[in-house]
Ligand binder design. Structure first.
Ligand code: AMP
Length: 229
């Protein structure tokens, strides 16, 4: 494949519990994109007990963000493996400093912002359970375990993710809003922000699908044009 002119560089933004994870899976499947999730990247480092993982575990457990320089280095390093592909970033950038650092390396074509009411977010997070050893995630509504409370493959007990506990959650949601507001404004100014509001991601899907399709057609026709549709 030639230079990256025809490759889509997209970001999906949404608070914890907004349905960002399942929507991004749907997007990458339909449009054959590679997905890079900052949360998954960090959890993988925690599981492997890397230097970053040890630090991240503590901060994530307290509902705090990973420092910008560390998070940016980790993400940009990982993106080097994806230069040949169209990609969707999930969970990064979370702060203006991260967005600016990303801009210095990649031109972002589209930012999908999910705007989901607080009560719906709380319901989603309440339904989420994990198998700590593997990181497998279950959702009591959409993806329940075969036997209640246990992992399908090992039969071991499921737990609440440390950072899904109510006291940590409120902190995470507040931090998310404070940190992301300037990021939204930044992408709005660049004309690449598309916000989708609703309670049910299934209902948002046709609009998101149409937006992505239009954006892909646009970058194929006008690869160097920055303005959104
Ligand atoms: P998530 O799976 O996206 O909810 O992320 C889980 C946790 O990982 C967050 O609460 C943060 O502690 C950390 N994290 C994920 N993405 C970022 C980021 N872009 N910047 C800083 N911290 C992050």
């Amino acid at each position: 494949m030639g230079p990256s002119r025809q490759l889509l560089r997209a970001v999906i933004l949404g608070s914890p519990g907004s349905g960002k994870h399942s929507l991004s899976l749907r997007i990458v499947k339909h449009f054959q994109l590679k997905k890079l999730s900052s949360g998954d990247l960090l959890r993988d480092n925690v599981l492997r007990d890397t230097e970053i993982g040890v630090l991240a575990k503590d901060l994530m457990g307290q509902g705090k963000l990973i420092p910008d320089d560390l998070m940016t280095r980790l993400t940009l390093q990982e993106l080097k493996n994806l230069t040949q592909y169209s990609w969707l970033l999930c969970g990064f950038p979370r702060t203006l400093a991260q967005a600016e650092a990303l801009d210095r390396v990649h031109q972002i074509h589209l930012v999908i912002n999910l705007n989901v009411p607080f009560e719906v977010i709380m319901q989603h997070l309440d339904a989420r359970w994990v198998h700590p050893a593997s990181g497998r995630v279950y959702d009591l509504e959409f993806n329940p375990p075969k036997v209640a409370g246990t992992d399908d493959l090992t039969g071991e007990l499921l737990i609440k993710r440390e950072d899904d506990r109510p006291e940590t959650l409120i902190k995470r949601l507040r931090a998310y809003e404070d940190q992301t507001k300037p990021v939204l404004e930044h992408y709005q100014k660049k004309g690449v922000l598309e916000t989708f509001s609703g309670t049910d991601t299934n209902k948002l899907w046709p609009y998101i699908h149409a937006c992505l399709q239009a954006k892909l057609a646009q970058i194929h026709q006008h690869p160097h044009e920055e303005k959104c549709l």
